[in-house]
Ligand binder design. Structure first.
Ligand SMILES: [Fe+2]
Length: 365
């Protein structure tokens, strides 16, 4: 059986890598898309100094889990004067990078609603014009800097859309662990567990291939070893660097497989229970692992490479998360057994749920 692996993103990695940004612009002008706190952290001033007159503007009102209601104004404003910049530099976590991916693909009318209508109808969307994206993650977890996907929420309609186009791959990912030093404990933990979820979800996945497995296994080893130590020493740039690299590997893994059942569950938990993404997609991991085991000898072998002996692996994973302060049962989040059963059954039918090896086996049976 032949396999294929593809990832076109150039990645620049290392402490201080942000200073490579001016060269990466290739003489083009850029708009920076970032989170509101970037200004008080001194990040915006640093970018202004680095980019000089190549900086065409700063959009710093990115919200967590970007919603169509907030994106509409940003998008329509951006495409009113598209000539001012050829590049979007996204600096932040998944929300900033996802916002930039929504901004970078221009509709013919320049109106965001045209894009949302395509997403809502499940129609293929062909951008009329595009900007180049340079993604600079400030968290170690999202992986969005090396994938073409963006999650766009529509809370009014209780929906989430996945934007993914050949044009939404970032051109370059700049991964600088120094930018992660100021991350608070809660965000460090949530993003680290998001990366763990990406790596595991790429293994119990019908789209897995030997290259994605190699990235995933390495990421899991790194995260299990590094995340607890980093939580005890948040200002250790060496540990920040190891987690940044682990998140990059997890991103490379799931850039080819997409996520699976735990992420499918997470969307419901975020929409209905308000859980942050990193917790919503990681608390079900021990339960999903238990469901994945025994489905395929080949997938079991990769999980054993990642987690050690499979006997007791789900319990060890749950204990790892509980030691980090993350509860792993639905009941801990106010979801009854009956609601949880319904939610998992529904999640298995979603686009990501159908990537789960357990779903495919069940359908084949
Ligand atoms: Fe995720």
């Amino acid at each position: 059986m032949s396999h294929e692996y593809f990832n076109p993103v150039r990645s620049v990695y290392g402490a201080g890598a942000l200073s490579s940004l001016p060269g990466l612009l290739d003489g083009q002008r850029a708009v920076v898309v970032t989170f509101p706190e970037a200004r008080q952290l001194g990040l915006v001033a640093r970018l202004e100094q680095l980019l000089g007159d190549r900086l065409a503007g700063v959009i710093d009102d990115v919200r967590p889990n970007p919603d169509v209601a907030e994106l509409r104004a940003l998008y329509d404003d951006f495409w009113r004067a598209p000539e001012r910049a050829q590049v979007i530099v996204a600096v932040g976590g998944g929300s900033a990078i996802d916002t930039a991916k929504a901004l970078m693909v221009g509709t013919a009318s320049g109106r965001f609603d045209e894009l949302v209508e395509s997403l809502a109808a499940g129609r293929p969307f062909e951008p009329a014009r595009c900007k180049r994206l340079i993604a600079v993650p400030t968290t170690a977890g999202t992986g969005s800097e090396v994938t073409p996907w963006a999650t766009v929420w529509d809370r009014a309609a209780q929906k989430k859309y996945s934007l993914h186009l050949p044009q939404t791959w970032p051109d370059v990912a700049v991964i600088d662990p120094e930018l992660m030093l100021s991350l608070p404990a809660a965000v460090t933990l949530q993003s680290g567990l998001d990366a763990l979820s990406h790596a595991l979800e790429s293994i119990w996945n019908v789209n897995a291939n030997p290259v994605s497995d190699t990235f995933a296994v390495a990421a899991i080893h790194d995260i299990l070893d590094t995340l607890p130590r980093l939580m005890a020493s948040l200002d250790d740039v060496g540990l920040r660097g190891r987690m940044a690299l682990a998140a990059l590997k997890a991103g490379m893994a799931f850039s080819n497989t997409r996520t699976a059942l735990a992420h499918s569950i997470s969307y419901e938990m975020t929409l209905r229970y308000g859980l942050p993404h990193g917790i919503a997609c990681s608390f079900p991991l021990p339960m999903v692992l238990q469901r994945a085991l025994g489905r395929s000898a080949e997938r079991d072998a990769v999980l054993a490479r990642a987690l050690g002996p499979l006997d007791g692996a789900a319990q060890r994973l749950a204990a790892f998360m509980e030691r980090l302060g993350v509860k792993t049962r639905f009941a801990d989040y106010g979801v009854t057994d009956e609601q949880a059963e319904k939610m998992v059954a529904y999640a298995l039918t979603g686009a990501r749920g159908r990537n789960f090896i357990g779903t495919a086996m069940r359908e084949a049976a």
